[in-house]
Write a protein that binds this ligand. Sequence first.
Ligand code: NAD
Length: 337
Amino acid sequence: MKTILVTGGTGYIGSHTVVSLLENNYKVVILDNLCNSKISTLARIEKISSKTPDFYQGDIRDATLLASIFKNHPISGVIHFAGLKAVGESQKEPLKYYENNVTGSITLLNEMFKANVKTFVFSSSATVYGEPGSTQYEEGMSTIPINVYGRTKFMIEEVLRDCAQANPDFSVACLRYFNPVGAHQSGLIGENPVGTPNNLMPYVGQIAMGKLPMLKVFGNDYPTPDGTGLRDYIHVDDLAKGHVLALSYLEKNSGALTVNLGTGKPYSVLEMIAAFEKVSGKNIPYEFVDRRSGDLAEYYANPSLAKKLLYWQAEHGIERMCEDTWRFYQQVELSHS
Ligand SMILES: NC(=O)c1ccc[n+]([C@@H]2O[C@H](COP(=O)([O-])OP(=O)(O)OC[C@H]3O[C@@H](n4cnc5c(N)ncnc54)[C@H](O)[C@@H]3O)[C@@H](O)[C@H]2O)c1
């Protein structure tokens, strides 16, 4: 049985991937400093999978801790989720983001190489593309990220490609996610951000629960069918499966792989609201406000490379994304009351 180190494994995408790994008979060691997740997620992972991952509360910038984790566990690969991800905050506090995301990744890579571990899956993002001049993004397109967060992701990708160039036996996959939404079907794990959510789906979920009064829709004059922005929403469960398939690919192939994980089918803000209203039976009040600077009218993935190389494609549609999110919100509410 192979052992995988999952950094950021109690976070939103990390926890779903840990469940997927356990279902596929991997052993899992999680390293997370809990800056954006809760320890209670571990018990929820155990409840879903009836298996217990090893857990270290600590930071990816702590080389001593990393060295001891690599020494104490027969780790064969790393899936690296740990990172800060708020675009607005990254613009205000760039050093915090470069330090945590870029320096942290380099510390992790150094310790991993010292332990002779040569398989790495990295959480990259569609934000690395910036504005490539087309609405459907392909991996070969230009990458000029337009914010600090996106630049941290792009820098790490470049570091990884350089490492693959220098070490012929290093296997790395940079997975460029589009817009992850949804939750585990059990309703036990999902995205439950601290404070006011930055993303559409958790925001809508909190309105449906009566926690927030109204959604601000940024812009209704985009050149899209209903005037609101179009995004490629991807169910977190599909995303998690993509990581397990990427690991299998890396077991057979060395070098650097860069691949989009998206559905290829964008939905507008108004379509998302309508779908959520339908599954929840709740009214989601909204108002149109000015466009937000830096937002694009439309972008979505060309996911054909992931299908060709990883045999991966998204299975869940918009209705399932909303159903699972809604179930999660209702359960979180229950477990906190
Ligand atoms: N959710 C998205 O919309 C999205 C889109 C594209 C890429 N990503 C990337 O995917 C990864 C996971 O995202 P998520 O949505 O699950 O975020 P998340 O915040 O829920 O999970 C990240 C986890 O990493 C931990 N962490 C952060 N810095 C750390 C450090 N220095 N040491 C140890 N642990 C640390 C946090 O406590 C958290 O549990 C991130 O790298 C993010 O940038 C996310």
